[in-house]
Write a new protein. Sequence first.
Length: 64
Amino acid sequence: MEKGGTTLPPIDARRHDAVIFDMDGVVTDSASMHAAAWTELFDAFLNHRPAGAGQDRSPFTQGD
């Protein structure tokens, strides 16, 4: 298996008793990382885009 040009070792199911999939932030606080990433992306995008009539160009917030 490859990821980003790096070959990852195969997962041998005989060596593991369980697998935890943390897709929604139950085990780790991934929500804050997602919010930081969206803030960086949208704020940069909106800052480099010409303003249009009636567009909300306020910074990305937790409420979004």
